[in-house]
Design a protein around this ligand. Structure first.
Ligand code: NAP
Length: 264
């Protein structure tokens, strides 16, 4: 089964990296399109896959077609390719706000449609992706989609009505976590640590903490309490974070991102 990507920038490259690494298909079985010759060259050199600047060629050759252009180009690209879509194609949208119904209506024909929301940690095989399918997608095809998405991290199917919430928690949140790491590193530098070490120390602490949540199955509050000794330095930091409204700021940021996602 050949896999195609219309648009091969950051996200498509991360996904293809996982697909090739896990051997889901060989590189000869992937075709990607870009807008520019420079983009095509970049995809060929980085991924070794077949490239074209003709989006229609992707649809004629591939059965699973990922739409990996920016959301504002979705309509233009679908208009360009829709007459080539058949009942054997699976069209996969990865843009926020582009619902299964929007994809189907824009194609104007009964097409198997999947919506996936990956995140940038997919670039290092640690993505968290959620997805949903329309009812034309068979169980076997859904499993293929799962296999593809698991090649670049974790994956779960969720009801479509939860995709905007998921996008905020997983699609957007890496940006907030990077801000947190940056702020931690700045504070570390202020305390005298060299900047080169400050980022990796902060990042490793965040990664280790996340791993504890995932692997111990314990509640984050319990894990937090384990770090806070009575009258110690950690609980003093907790007091300051509560005073500065850290929880509320995170709550508001994710709510704002989810609401904005619904309007895209
Ligand atoms: N980044 C994220 O965290 C994230 C997370 C989830 C979903 N997404 C979604 O993933 C999609 C891609 O995002 P990205 O960050 O990978 O974007 P990107 O790095 O800017 O890549 C966009 C790609 O689309 C190509 N392109 C533009 N117009 C095209 C056209 N008309 N026909 C064919 N190719 C075209 C570009 O080609 P050239 O290089 O030749 O210009 C480039 O390869 C977006 O819809 C985004 O919402 C992103």
């Amino acid at each position: 089964m050949k896999i195609g990507f219309i648009g091969c920038g950051n996200m498509a490259s991360a996904m293809i990296g996982g697909i090739l690494k896990k051997g889901i298909v060989k590189k000869e079985e992937i075709i990607v399109s870009n807008l520019t010759e420079a983009g095509s060259r970049r995809s060929r050199e980085k991924l070794g896959v077949e490239t074209t600047m003709d989006n229609r060629q992707v649809v004629t050759q591939a059965e699973i077609v990922f739409l990996a252009v920016k959301p504002q180009f979705y309509e233009e690209v679908l208009t360009e390719i829709k007459d080539l879509l058949t009942e054997k194609h699976i069209l996969v949208g990865i843009a926020p706000g582009k619902t299964l119904k929007w994809l189907e209506d824009t194609c104007g024909c009964p097409v198997k449609t999947v919506r996936l929301m990956p995140n940038t940690p997919a670039q290092v095989g640690a993505g968290m992706t959620a997805g949903c399918c329309n009812d034309r997608v068979t169980e076997e095809e859904a499993q293929k989609i799962r296999e593809i998405a698991e090649s670049f991290g974790r994956f779960e199917f969720i009801p479509e009505r939860l995709m905007d919430a998921f996008s905020a928690v997983c699609g957007c949140s890496p940006a907030y976590v990077f801000m947190f790491i940056e702020a931690m590193a700045d504070a570390a530098v202020a305390q005298g640590l060299p900047r080169s070490q400050a980022y990796s120390f902060a990042a490793q602490a965040v990664m280790g903490s996340a791993k504890m949540v995932l692997e111990t199955g314990r509640h984050p509050a319990e894990l937090k309490d384990m770090v806070c000794s009575p009258a110690g330095s950690t609980i003093e930091g907790v007091r300051i974070l509560e005073d500065k409204g850290m929880r509320s700021a995170v709550f508001e940021a994710l709510t704002g991102a989810a609401e904005k996602g619904k309007r895209l």
